[in-house]
Ligand binder design. Structure first.
Ligand code: FAD
Length: 289
């Protein structure tokens, strides 16, 4: 199996989400089959995001490694959990052979904090007790609760100092936000690799949901696409795929460490994007060696 941290940059990874409830895993593994054929450097599996199951994250991540020999990244949130509960989950992940964890606080919904107030508390806990490689979340347009970008970056730096190996960004539709964020992070001494999170737009409702959830801004170019093609599912998917492709090509040309594609469990869109960028990705990997 590849070692994600030893691969040539830029890396290319996918995110999937488990089905709701305990559920049948046949469909998700059909998705993994299709994504695996695109030879990603890593596949990450969400944890309870958007109401998806928490129970299946470890199982899916473990099978991605075992059956497909692709590095897996298990997402994990700590809000509302005790140290004992976290220990039980982390033991399961370790016993299933998971090596990479995306350690997060999670959104504050109804559950108050218990033993972990911030992602940094979880990261410290993992570092003290386990040997996982740690990924953490970052926000090119600042986290929705943060008062300012400067405040958010200050906490991001502190989080990184707890033992983060790599960062994955929240989705964004305007690359300039990412470049500004990356420059500021580097100027503050944040040296971890930063994977850029890209979500292809597939429908107007999806955009509305994402903007409400994470506060990403929608540039005029995206608004125009939605106005022109939002009424037609096929046109919208084509335009959304083309927009994401253009974003990725620009990011790659600007020296991004890696691309993390939010696949929304739609491998056909990931496939089209991979076909569109195969040449540029290959040429950069050869050039950077
Ligand atoms: P933190 O790093 O704790 O930051 C949260 C807020 O607190 C920020 O505003 C930060 O500035 C502030 N802060 C941090 N430390 C301190 C401190 N010491 N004192 C005061 N303020 C502080 N959610 C899911 O439920 N499941 C998933 O699978 C999932 N996957 C994700 C994947 C990615 C790539 C990203 C970007 C997000 C994902 N999320 C997921 C959403 C995530 O859980 C939320 O964005 C959550 O609100 C914040 O988590 P965090 O780990 O970034 O929090």
């Amino acid at each position: 199996m590849k070692n994600f941290f030893k691969l040539d940059k830029p890396t290319f990874s996918f995110e999937i989400f488990p089905p709701k409830g305990k559920g049948d895993l046949t469909q998700i593994f059909n998705t993994v089959d299709a994504l695996a054929s695109l030879d990603p450097d890593l596949i990450s599996v969400t944890y309870g995001a958007g109401g998806s199951s928490r129970e299946n994250t470890a199982e899916i991540a473990s099978r991605i490694q075992r059956d497909y020999a692709i590095p897996a990244l298990a997402h994990l949130t700590c809000i509302g959990s005790t140290r004992g509960e976290m220990r039980a989950i982390l033991d399961t992940l370790r016993d299933k052979g998971i090596q990479n964890i995306l350690a997060m606080r999670g959104d504050i919904v109804n559950e108050g904090t218990k033993d972990f107030a911030h992602a940094s508390d979880l990261i410290k806990f993992i570092k003290e007790n386990y040997g996982f490689r740690i990924f953490a979340a970052c926000y090119p347009e600042k986290h929705i609760e943060a008062y300012s970008m400067e405040e958010d970056l200050k906490y991001l730096k502190a989080k990184c100092e707890c033992g983060v190996d790599a960062l994955i960004s929240q989705l964004f539709f305007d690359n300039e936000h990412f470049y500004e964020f990356r420059d500021k992070a580097r100027a503050m001494g944040i040296t971890q690799r930063i994977e850029a999170g890209i979500m292809p737009i597939t429908s107007p409702s999806q955009i509305n949901k994402m903007v409400t959830m994470c506060g990403a801004s929608v540039p005029a170019g995206v608004q125009k696409i939605i106005r022109a093609y939002g009424h037609n599912a096929m046109a919208m998917r084509e335009a959304g795929t083309a927009y994401a492709t253009a974003q990725i090509i620009d990011l790659l040309a600007s020296g991004v460490d890696g691309i993390h594609l939010y696949t929304m469990n739609q491998p056909e869109i990931a496939k089209r994007i991979c076909e569109n960028i195969r040449g540029v990705l290959y040429s950069l990997r050869v050039k950077r060696g």
